[in-house]
Design a protein around this ligand. Structure first.
Ligand code: DX5
Ligand code: ZN
Length: 223
């Protein structure tokens, strides 16, 4: 698939979501939707009704990142609501394999997310069951935090693990991705990049998406 960019609407204007998504529709691959429940993370954002509404108006596929407790119970509904990709946190899931299978059965790609300090051991045996790994490069909960360089070795180890197992699972990074950090993440082996504040706090969000993609492509080739 190569490099993909998934702008996060967490930093968009929530009163104008349709036009915010439209502003990046020609240049982005996905739109990243951060669902937070104020339990798994100390912040509250949006849920199913907003995802359903976005699905109706978005030209881009929805990449839902669920930062919620009990994803075993709630995640499948996001796939049924039209999200093309649904990512749950391994720290929160009781039965990740069963959940990933349910998501795929509902027609979505299944993603599994790890907080910065969660080791990748839990990934090794579930790779055939998932479509994407999301490595958080900030502690989940808020946009605009600085990129955690300490996660770079984990990105590289995950890329190596995917190579060794001949896996085509995508490796997404989320948190603090900007023009000044995307190259490091791409060199380490990430191929799907979430960017919130860097895109939606800019005067020209589409130009930022194009710039991020070019920077990641150059860095990935260099690697
Ligand atoms: C944070 C969210 C991110 C957030 C990233 O918990 O998962 O998707 O929007 O925002 P930036 O790119 O500003 O770090
Ligand atoms: Zn996210």
């Amino acid at each position: 698939m190569g490099i993909q960019i998934s702008p996060s609407i967490l930093s968009a204007d929530f009163a104008r979501l349709e036009s915010e998504v439209a502003s990046i529709a020609d240049v982005a691959d996905w739109v990243h939707v951060d669902v937070m429940d104020n339990h798994f993370v100390p912040n509250l954002t949006l849920g199913l009704p907003v995802v359903e509404a976005l699905h109706k108006v978005s030209a881009l596929p929805l990449d839902c990142h669920l930062m919620i407790e009990d994803p075993d119970r709630w995640a499948p509904a996001y796939a049924e609501a039209g999200a093309r990709s649904v990512t749950f946190h391994v720290e929160a899931a009781d039965a990740p394999i069963r959940l990933a299978r349910e998501l795929r059965r509902a027609g979505a790609r299944a993603g599994m997310a790890l907080k910065p300090a969660t080791p990748i051991d839990s990934l090794v045996d579930v790779l055939p069951e998932i479509d994407m790994v999301l490595l958080m490069t900030v502690e989940p909960g808020f946009g605009g935090q600085p990129f955690l360089d300490v996660v770079l070795p984990k990105i590289a180890r995950t890329r190596q693990l995917l190579r060794d197992s001949g896996s085509s699972v995508w490796l997404q990074v989320d948190g603090g991705i900007s023009a000044s950090t995307i190259e490091r993440a791409a060199e380490a082996g990430a191929d799907v990049f979430v960017a919130g504040s860097a895109v939606f706090n800019a005067d020209d969000p589409a130009a930022v998406v194009s710039h991020l993609r070019a920077a990641a492509e150059t860095a990935a080739v260099r690697d």
